[in-house]
Design a protein around this ligand. Structure first.
Ligand SMILES: Cc1ncc(C[n+]2csc(CCOP(=O)(O)OP(=O)(O)O)c2C)c(N)n1
Ligand code: SF4
Length: 248
């Protein structure tokens, strides 16, 4: 019988702590599938952030580090410089990457550090109870913007993919979404490309993934995916913002 579904080698066979309908799990799986397909399992080192994905080190079966409070890019820089033959990735949420660790990500990208960033944009600080993040949409209700994010008071949402793509140090920048199967397939392609850019030593690579947080958005899982597609994609357009000629 043909086996059509199996757990990636790079993901441990244990239940995760993520809420039902959370898309962190989909992204974990995509990263693990890419690690398997590129046959880099035994030389990959991941760096987990703060936030809901803080326990990523329990789920990926490769070597993992955990970096506090947005410092994952600094830790990844150290690992990659000391061990350049390793494949290094960070896995970071928007509170971690776009608020607490903005300086870290901007300067790692500007330096052209040769690691890969998987950036989960769920428009909210999830783990700590649903506060406004830099990525929260205008009008979006959070625990700290109960009447909706107001540009006069809270400013505009930060577009990380666009912002980093203008830096000379970045080699590959893409934004994808995982709200339906067709987009999940595209997301995997971008993640694979980002790792291939690193394997070819071409520079810093980042994939921003639009992701759902049903719990803090206060929506059932299916409605959360619909909300993502209808509200996040118009503000955060999908696509490859920067791509080296070498990856086709
Ligand atoms: C400097 C600092 N401020 C605040 C916190 C508390 N904190 C821990 S996790 C987290 C939320 C991170 O949210 P995000 O990165 O968006 O990930 P998510 O939980 O949404 O997956 C915060 C604010 C902290 N650890 N350090
Ligand atoms: S709080 Fe949100 S981001 Fe965190 S695990 Fe639950 S659904 Fe996912």
């Amino acid at each position: 019988m043909k086996k059509v579904f199996t757990r990636p080698r790079s993901l441990k066979d244990i239940p995760t702590h993520y809420c039902p309908g959370c898309t962190h799990g989909i992204v974990h799986r995509l990263v693990a599938e890419v690690i398997d397909e590129l046959e880099i399992f035994d030389r990959t080192i991941g760096v987990a952030p703060v936030g809901c994905s803080v326990f990523a080190y329990n789920y990926f079966d490769c070597d993992m580090f955990q970096a506090s409070h947005g410092r994952a890019p600094a830790v990844a820089t150290g690992i990659k410089r000391v061990l350049p033959d390793r494949v290094v990735f960070t896995y970071q949420g928007d509170g971690d990457l776009a608020a607490i660790g903005t300086g870290e990500i901007v300067h790692a990208a500007a330096r052209g550090e040769k690691f890969t960033v998987i950036f989960i944009n769920n428009a909210i600080y999830a783990m700590t109870g649903g506060q406004m993040a830099p990525t929260t949409l205008l009008g979006q209700k959070t625990t700290t913007t109960p009447y909706g994010r107001d540009k006069e008071v809270n400013g505009y949402p930060v577009k990380i993919a666009e912002m980093l793509s203008v830096l000379d140090g970045t080699a590959y920048v893409a934004r994808v979404s995982v709200h339906d199967p067709a987009h999940v397939v595209k997301a995997k392609k971008a993640i694979k490309r980002a790792f291939e850019v690193q394997l070819a030593n071409l520079g810093f690579s980042i994939v921003e993934v639009l992701s759902a947080c049903p719990t803090n958005w206060g929506l059932p899982p299916a409605k959360a995916l619909k909300w993502l597609a209808e509200n996040m994609i118009p503000y955060y357009p999908l696509g490859e913002y920067k791509k080296p000629a070498e990856v086709g």
